[in-house]
Design a protein around this ligand. Structure first.
Ligand code: PLP
Length: 379
């Protein structure tokens, strides 16, 4: 039986064209980008042109783009680096309660240095209201505000332009985790002071991410050592990964409009088929302001984990909670923050569609899910 992979928010398969672009740097072009002979210079050129390519794809010429190892590193660096630059001046961090753990935990780490975190909760549709961020800003002393572009569990897209305007007025650094949005929706990073990306979410390789920071914004160094990444993050560059990231983003941006219409249709075929077969199911999170790939569904009277395990046995890959925490059995913090009860949160399953899914798969997945849920309910 063929697998139906419906967990593209966790990770995406590597695009063959991306692998082809990376291949020379995993083979004959293996040079260290800091070496001064021609083998090194060609690696350095590849890093340079990849940096320019990504910066131009995200409209980031007015800032610095640093390569990292993943989205989590970019997020953690942004928060800790901005707090370090503000040490002794401002000591408050404002985060939405639905941020990725790499920001939430980084803020907890900063408590040891006197930083206090204020969480802003979303409404029941998962949207973080600008007024709520404004109230937190008005209480003063904030060094950093973090609200993600699109949520990894619900796919809900946040009003980040409005939130950024409020931060500009307050003179506070606005950071936007764009890990789920990059490659899926058009992104111009000028709306924020810092954004994060991760290549494996847009059909690029695992182990490479980026942090973009607006020119003039203050950020502490992450890794002391060599002069890589303008001396801000020492360490030999992951040349093949960086080349792959640039190629993957470029391909994703090229086909974005058509793919986002197509994938939304596949997702909606799945939802319509599922909802026509089952009672007591509902979509979690705002329907309109969400990524085209995401369907987070609550199945009354069932545990999401049981549905996931049972679907796994039938060749369908889905997830409960975020991928990074799916080993844990605690209900999703994102769903609890939206006001769901523990029981409701534990009965949700995230289906995220991608390039490799078509309508036929969507119908089959809906049928298998409906059968699974009916069996678990004893119907
Ligand atoms: N931010 C969001 C919104 C994510 O969904 C993820 C991963 O799922 C991350 C950050 C972390 O990215 P990475 O897996 O590259 O560390």
């Amino acid at each position: 039986m063929n697998n139906i992979y419906l967990d593209h928010a966790a990770t995406t398969p590597l695009d063959g064209r991306v692998f082809a672009a990376m291949r020379p740097y995993l083979g004959p072009q293996f040079g260290n980008a800091d070496s001064r002979y021609s083998l090194g210079r060609s690696a350095s050129l590849a890093v340079l042109s990849s940096r320019d390519k990504i910066a131009s794809l995200i409209g980031g010429s007015g800032g610095s783009l640093y390569f990292t190892s993943c989205g989590s590193e970019s997020n953690s660096w942004a928060l800790k680096g901005v707090c370090a630059a503000n040490f002794g001046k401002k000591n408050k961090i404002i985060l939405s309660a639905v941020e990725h753990p790499s920001l939430l935990r980084a803020a907890e780490d900063m408590a040891a240095f006197g930083f206090k975190t204020e969480l802003v909760f979303p409404d029941s549709s998962g949207i973080v209201r600008p007024e709520a961020v404004e109230r937190a800003l008005n209480r003063g002393g904030a060094a950093f505000v973090g609200v993600m572009y699109a949520n990894n569990e619900t796919g809900v897209i946040q009003p980040v332009d409005d939130i950024c305007r409020l931060c500009r007025t307050a003179g506070t650094f606005f950071f936007c985790d764009c890990v789920q949005a990059a490659g899926a929706v058009p992104l111009r990073c000028g709306f924020a002071d810092g954004i994060s990306l991760s290549a494996h979410k847009f059909y690029g390789p695992k182990g490479v991410g980026a942090l973009w920071i607006r020119r003039g914004a203050k950020l502490g160094r992450l890794v002391s050592g060599g002069q890589q990444e303008s001396g801000m993050r020492g360490g030999t560059s992951n040349v093949a990964g960086i080349v792959g990231m640039a190629e993957a983003l470029s391909l994703a941006c090229e086909g974005m409009e058509a793919e986002s219409i197509r994938v939304a249709k596949v997702r909606d075929v799945f939802l319509n088929e599922l909802f026509s077969r089952l009672k007591d199911v509902r979509l979690v999170g705002d329907r309109a302001s969400r990524l085209p790939s995401n369907a987070n569904v609550m199945f009354g009277g069932c545990r999401g984990e049981e549905i996931m395990m049972s679907l796994d046995g039938r060749g369908v890959c889905v997830s409960t909670g975020s991928a990074c925490s799916s080993g844990a059995s605690k209900p999703s913090g994102v769903l609890l923050a939206m006001g769901l009860s523990e029981e409701e949160a534990a009965s949700c399953v995230r289906f995220t569609f991608g390039r490799d899914n078509d309508e036929e798969q969507a119908v089959r997945a809906a049928l298998l899910t409906a059968e699974t849920v009916a069996a678990l309910r004893g119907e």
